[in-house]
Design a protein. Structure first.
Length: 566
């Protein structure tokens, strides 16, 4: 029973081994077909390479022939000139032209007749000495036909060469730009042909290496198949004598070998995939090279855009510096105005100790007018701050455009004007052209106005008098000293405490009307002069053109500032 059970198992094993062997044989045949295909491709590449070499050789030979024909042309021209000179010597006109069927009959020149007689005599002697053998005649006729054929071929070549000479003559007569363009085209063709030859050489060498590796692998596979066949024969013999245990070990060995062969096959497939990837990468590389021919125009456009952006940034930097200067000027004016308000507030408090209710009301109106003017100045400063923020936003947008243009460039090199596009820190003084702002950079605390650096003629408000700044220096200093002395005397007499310096709290510091019971004559005179000058306080001035506006015309003032300062 054991022998009967072992016989079907052994038959199944033999069938499976035969199937595996058939599959291996099919794979070997497939590999042979692939090798044959690769050989054909290599042969085709070799043929193409030989064709390119023949074309280059023909081009070289045609150039040499062209030079030889040019020499022949020069020689023929010399022969024609010699013949023309001989015609002129024989008394024949060299300007006469003959048709195809025309026959030239010379005149009755004695020298010409003598030449004809000698030529006739020579031809008769040749006819008498000529052989009458028909074979020689046939050979001569055959030679004549061959010579005629050669003459026709030479005529065709002469026509082609004459066309080439005409084309080269046109090129020589053409301008230098056309010559350079034609030379550049020929150089491009030669470089492209060289590149193609180099790529073909590389492909041929890589294909030769691939075929060698495939041959080696096929040789290894064939040797392995032979070993497997020997092992199969031995296993069949051992199955008859050895039993089931030896067959199992052989099957395990065959399975291991099958796995190793599968690994090798997967390696071959991977190599094929890598080769395909290499070819696809090569195609993409050539496409990129073709696309890069258009890159110089794009680079020029990017450089032009960068230069334009740099010019705009420089312009914005100058405007920013100008705005910063105006900001400093406005801050100085604000400090002066605040000091003037402090003096006026001190004057009001000192003077109102001796004033009646009517004069106090006029002083309160003056203070309210000053406060309104300060409010207008603050609004102007707020608008200037908004404009400055818009300019900073515009600078940020331009810097973003510049960084985008930099990313569009093919090379990562730093541009010559790249330092212009570096972002600036608003807190650093270098970003405002070296101006040192009072305190830290703060948008809520700092106010600036636009316009050039200039001071307009304004009214200077002293303690008890309003002095016009356009007056002469002597009058201004004398009057100011006088009023200052009066103010100090009054301040020492009345001993009023120093009021709050905040402009928004001016009305809070005004004393009550019931506290004033007496009036001084000097302060009364000063307040009357101040009331006459209060009209100047109710005017606002443009920081650029010094145009004045009344306090009620806010819309007209804003429109003028937008037109004048932009």
């Amino acid at each position: 029973m054991s022998q009967k059970s072992s016989s079907p198992e052994s038959s199944l094993m033999t069938l499976s081994v035969e199937q595996e062997r058939d599959s291996y044989k099919e794979k070997v045949e497939h590999m042979k077909l692939m090798i044959q295909k690769y050989k054909q491709e290599i042969q085709a590449q070799k043929i193409r390479r030989e064709g390119v070499e023949t074309v280059s050789r023909l081009l070289h030979e045609s150039r040499e022939e062209n030079a030889a024909y040019q020499k022949k042309n020069i020689a023929l021209e010399t022969v024609v000139r010699n013949l023309q000179s001989r015609l002129s010597m024989n008394g024949i006109s060299d300007g006469m032209t003959l048709g195809e069927g025309d026959v030239f009959i010379p005149g009755s020149s004695k020298q010409v007749l003598d030449n004809l007689a000698r030529e006739n005599k020579r031809l008769r002697s040749l006819l008498q000495g000529a052989s009458t053998d028909p074979e020689e005649i046939n050979e001569l006729q055959q030679l004549i036909e061959n010579k005629n054929i050669e003459i026709k071929d030479l005529r065709h070549t002469i026509v082609g060469l004459s066309e080439k000479l005409q084309s080269t003559g046109k090129l020589m007569k053409s301008s230098d730009d056309e010559k350079l363009s034609e030379i550049k085209k020929l150089q491009d063709k030669i470089s492209s042909m060289k590149n193609e030859c180099e790529t073909r050489d590389i492909l041929c060498s890589s294909l030769a290496e691939e075929t060698n590796t495939l041959k080696q692998q096929l040789h290894d596979v064939a040797v392995h198949c032979q070993k497997l066949a020997v092992k199969l024969e031995l296993s069949e013999k051992s199955k008859v004598h050895g039993g089931i245990s030896s067959s199992q070990t052989d099957v395990e060995k065959l399975q291991e070998e099958n796995a190793s062969l599968k690994d090798k096959l997967s390696e071959l497939v991977k190599m094929n995939k890598r080769w395909q990837e290499y070819m696809s990468q090569k195609e993409r590389y050539w496409q990129q090279i073709e696309q890069n021919h258009v890159q110089p125009d794009r680079i020029q456009a990017i450089n032009a855009a960068l230069e334009d952006a740099s010019r705009r940034l420089q312009k914005l930097g100058r405007e920013k510096k100008q705005c910063q200067e105006e900001l400093d000027e406005r801050n100085q004016q604000l400090i002066e105005k605040s000091s003037e308000l402090m003096r006026l507030q001190n004057d009001v408090e000192c003077g109102n100790l001796g004033h009646d209710d009517g004069h106090l009301r006029s002083d309160v109106e003056t203070i309210s007018a000053l406060k309104a003017q300060i409010q207008i100045c603050t609004e102007d400063f707020e608008s200037e701050r908004k404009d400055r923020e818009k300019a900073q936003n515009r600078v940020a947008e331009l810097e973003a455009e510049v960084s985008q243009y930099k990313r569009m460039r093919p090379d990562d090199g730093r541009l010559p004007h790249q330092s212009l596009f570096e972002p600036r820190n608003p807190s650093s003084p270098e970003s405002y052209g070296g101006f040192n702002l009072q305190g830290q950079y703060n948008r809520e605390s700092q106010l600036a106005a636009r316009g050039p650096m200039r001071r307009r003629e304004e009214n200077v408000y002293d303690m008890f008098n309003v002095v016009d700044a356009i007056q002469t220096d002597s009058a201004h200093t004398s009057k100011q000293d006088k009023t200052n002395k009066e103010g100090t005397n009054l301040a020492t007499k009345l001993k009023v405490e120093k009021p709050d310096t905040d402009p928004d709290n001016l009305l809070d510091t005004v004393p009550d009307l019931n506290d004033f019971n007496s009036v001084d004559s000097d302060t009364e005179l000063a307040l009357e002069i101040a009331m006459r000058k209060v009209e100047d306080i109710n005017l606002t001035h443009c920081p650029r053109c010094d145009h004045s506006f009344e306090l009620g015309h806010d819309q007209e003032t804003r429109e003028h500032l937008e037109k004048c300062c932009d």
